[in-house]
Design a protein around this ligand. Structure first.
Ligand SMILES: Nc1ncnc2c1ncn2[C@@H]1O[C@H](COP(=O)(O)OP(=O)(O)OP(=O)(O)O)[C@@H](O)[C@H]1O
Ligand SMILES: [Mg+2]
Length: 384
């Protein structure tokens, strides 16, 4: 494993009874990467993050943070990490300042370092007006700011943030994303969110999980092009009415244009689009992510035709996200038996496995993002 790999997950599987919350999840995050961790509700994002932050143990698989195993080197792992759980555990009776000082002491920060860091996190998280308030008096958004502040207080090289912006107002969200981009240059951030615009704003790479499996992992451009659905719209002048034709010879016939576009290398499909009588318009599907606009332009220029419009639509991240994960949502909305061979096959496979190994983790009490859950899994590590 390269020393640049800050977060390493290999074959992580987590079962609750016969239910597989994570199924062979593997990925790496390198120094300086801000990676969006995406997936629909219940996909396994928080479960993965809890494993990486030593809160729960997987049923099988390995996880390392900065080369340290999350079970064998828990203290070292925790000192490298800032973790914001989805529901941050806060001591409601403490003031914000007391809580930050407490978080700093737990991290072994001395008083003068704490004061320096406190100034920084108060600015990043917009907490100056709230320092003397008891946490119980704070709104959801401000509690989330406090949760973030505790994750940042020791200036960790790695941040694992589970929906850090879900309760923030748009101003604070923008501030926070700017901060992430700034610190992300020499840190490592794994950020789960349902806001795909945030991912586009802050992350160069995303990992998408669905039903416990990684279904996409790569630079956003590659993920957007993953479906292979790059679309071009081309419109060519067909008739000019009373005005002079600016192209070569006479305007082309429809069959001529269609034939020429179909014969371009890299074009998978050509569909005619409805237009008025002045233009031929087509929708072209590209074979891969290669940009065909230069070839399309060159063809039309060589023919001497008049190009009225040419544009390329790659799919948005949201389109691809929906394509990759839509099955989860359909399943949620079905009342009858789930018609999904893939899932059924997986469940059958699980049942078979269950007969082989008498394993039951249904009594796992990891709900709590609270520190109390730490010890909960020690007895299960031998399953790895
Ligand atoms: N302690 C538990 N016992 C049983 N099942 C659990 C437990 N914790 C999580 N699960 C299940 O594991 C699956 C993954 O949950 P997880 O919280 O990781 O999803 P998520 O991707 O974070 O979803 P969300 O976007 O809603 O936060 C879900 O089906 C969830 O119900
Ligand atoms: Mg979650």
């Amino acid at each position: 494993m390269s020393t640049d790999v800050m977060i390493y997950a290999s074959g992580l599987t987590k079962r609750y009874g016969s239910f597989r919350a994570l199924d062979d999840v593997s990925f790496e995050v390198r120094r300086g990467e801000i990676v969006g961790f995406l997936g629909p509700n219940g996909a396994g994002k928080s479960t993965t993050m809890r494993i990486l932050t030593c809160f729960i143990a997987p049923t099988s698989g390995t996880a390392k943070v900065r080369g340290q195993d999350v079970f064998d080197d828990t203290l070292a792992v925790r000192s490298s990490l800032g973790y914001l759980p989805q529901r941050a555990p806060l001591y409601l009776e403490m003031t914000v300042f007391e809580y930050l000082r407490f978080s700093a002491r737990v991290r072994n920060l001395d008083e003068s370092t704490f004061k320096k860091r406190a100034r920084a996190v108060v600015e990043i998280c917009g907490l100056a007006q709230s320092l003397s308030k008891e946490i119980r008096q704070l709104s959801h958004g401000y509690r989330q700011r406090v949760g973030l502040a505790q994750a940042l207080i020791h200036d960790p090289p790695i941040l694992i943030l589970d929906e850090p912006t879900s309760d923030l107002d748009p101003n604070e969200r923008t501030e926070f994303l700017n901060y992430l981009k700034q610190i992300g240059k020499d840190r490592t951030v794994l950020l789960s969110t349902h806001n795909l615009k945030e991912v586009e704003a802050a992350c160069a790479r995303a990992i998408i999980v669905s039903r416990g499996r990684v279904v996409a992992d790569g630079p956003l451009d590659e993920i957007r092009a993953k479906s292979g659905r790059v679309r071009y719209v081309v419109s060519i002048q067909e008739s000019v009415g009373d005005t002079p034709y600016r192209g070569k010879g006479t305007p082309p016939r429809q069959t001529e244009v269609e034939h020429a576009l179909n014969s371009l290398a890299g074009v998978k499909k050509v569909n005619e689009l409805p237009t008025d009588e002045r233009a031929h318009a087509y929708e072209l599907a590209g074979e891969d992510a290669t940009d065909l606009r230069p070839e399309i332009f060159r063809l039309i220029a060589d023919k001497g035709w008049v190009l009225l419009e040419l544009h390329r639509d790659t799919q948005t991240l949201e389109d691809v996200f929906r394509q990759l994960t839509i099955g989860d949502e359909r399943r949620n909305r079905q009342l009858g038996p789930v018609k999904d061979d893939d899932r059924r096959a997986r469940d059958e496979e699980e049942d078979e496995d269950d007969e082989d190994e008498d394993e039951d983790e249904s009594d796992d009490d990891e709900d709590s993002d609270s520190d109390d859950s730490d010890s909960d899994d020690d007895g299960k590590r031998n399953k790895r």
